[in-house]
Design a protein around this ligand. Structure first.
Ligand SMILES: Cc1ncc(COP(=O)(O)O)c(C=O)c1O
Length: 396
């Protein structure tokens, strides 16, 4: 079946954080939301059908995850990522961020050091700071000539010692959009193995990879690496199901798994959303057709965005993402300070982006734009931006 991603669906009035909270968050309900990472597209038909069927049953008491739920997760990882896993390794989590937080509690103590590769998804370093642990930054290296980020392996090697307990890997990387190569992952893993540092690999964006790139689950590289890795997965970004609070950790190492599960149970967090269970199964079993069409549509949006900026606003540069619908835009040539850029985007262009500085070191002067919307919404955003830029230029 062919899906119509051009269809504009009104989300205002449906408890949408992105659309209903513009006034509360930005003081202006006319601001166009191009920030938080969910999509303005209707989900795949099999998911809607499965949820409808479950809703028709009419009873929504405590739920349990059946064998078939776990099998769906295993089959998906084998099929899409060539990673054969065992059902026992799969541990439910209501979300990836809650899982990262519990992992921090389970495997580290106050005063411990945790590595993050900035600029990176804010909760990854914020939760470290907020909980008495120390952030060790291994900043990504930006090559302006190729507009490309890479890992600084030598810097990582120099910063890891026995006081470092964990490394938070974002793979693919939010916000810079990299799909890490086998070489990069293997080098990083070697350093972690040598120093007994747990790798927490957040792979929530791994299904949204553009043609020409291939996501490699770091734990699939070897058994040794798998033993030291906790991988976070979810259908939430892939299939636009973030409101259903359903994700899964893959923990091959039995001892790590037991420690994590004990912590999960002690926080009374093991209950699943009834609709999350059926949505996950429908998505992983019957959602591929939709997903492949989605990725093609997103790529069309990316091409549109890139051409529009090249032609009309060459001061703003696109860092071509290899995965995800989150696009990292270099706005430094506009010559605006951090506060000026934020004010300009909100008050003049009337667009809400995630501003780069919230992603830590190296993020200032950038914005993260969510392009998972019908093309007309993207056009609206770009036209707003163009008008605001022309006004800005006329003042100079
Ligand atoms: C890298 C990354 N991890 C986790 C999340 C959120 O995960 P969850 O909603 O399952 O807590 C996001 C959302 O944008 C993300 O980009």
């Amino acid at each position: 079946m062919e899906y119509n991603f051009d269809e504009v669906i009104v989300r205002t009035g449906f408890n949408s954080l992105k659309w209903d909270d513009a006034e509360r968050l930005f003081g202006d309900k006319a601001v166009l939301p191009m920030w938080v990472a969910d999509m303005d597209f209707k989900v795949a038909t099999p998911i809607i059908d499965a949820i409808k069927e479950r809703a028709e049953h009419g009873i929504f008491g405590y739920a349990t995850r059946s064998d078939s739920y776990y099998q769906a997760v295993c089959d998906w990882l084998a099929k899409r990522h060539n990673w054969p896993i065992e059902k026992d390794w799969v541990v439910f989590s209501p979300g990836v961020v809650p899982a990262l937080r519990l992992i921090l509690d389970t495997f580290t103590n106050p005063g411990d050091k945790i590595v993050v590769q900035t600029p990176v998804y804010t909760p990854m370093f914020q939760m470290i700071k907020d909980n008495g642990r120390f952030v060790v930054e291994n900043p990504l290296v930006y090559d302006p000539a190729n507009r490309h980020y890479s890992m600084d392996i030598e810097d990582l090697r120099s910063k890891i010692d026995c006081s470092v307990k964990l490394l938070f890997l974002c793979s693919p990387h939010n916000p810079v959009g990299r799909v890490w190569t086998k070489k990069e992952l293997a080098e990083l893993a070697d350093i972690c193995l040598e120093n007994d540092v747990l790798i927490i690999s957040d792979e929530i964006h791994s299904d949204l990879v553009y043609a020409g790139f291939k996501h490699i689950p770091i734990a699939s590289l070897s058994q040794e690496i798998a033993n030291l890795t906790i991988t976070c997965t979810a259908p939430s970004k892939t299939f636009n199901l973030a409101g259903l609070q359903t994700s899964n950790l893959i923990i091959p190492n039995k001892e790590l798994r037991q420690r994590y599960v004990e912590k999960l149970n002690s926080h009374y967090l093991k209950n699943t959303n009834t609709f999350g269970i059926v949505a996950l199964e429908a998505a992983y079993r019957e959602g591929e057709e939709w997903l492949d069409q989605l990725i093609a549509y997103l790529h069309g949006n990316l091409t549109y965005l890139t051409r529009f900026l090249q032609r009309n606003i060459p001061q703003i540069k696109v860092i071509q993402p290899e995965a995800t619908y989150l696009v990292w835009l270099d706005c430094r040539e506009l010559g605006l300070s951090k506060v000026e850029l934020q004010q300009f985007m909100l008050k003049k262009a009337k667009i809400a982006f995630n501003h780069g500085y919230i992603f830590g070191q190296g993020g200032e002067g950038f914005v993260r734009m969510n392009i998972a919307c019908p093309r007309t919404i993207l056009e609206d955003a770009l036209n707003r931006l163009l008008v605001a830029i022309r006004d800005l230029e006329s003042l100079e």
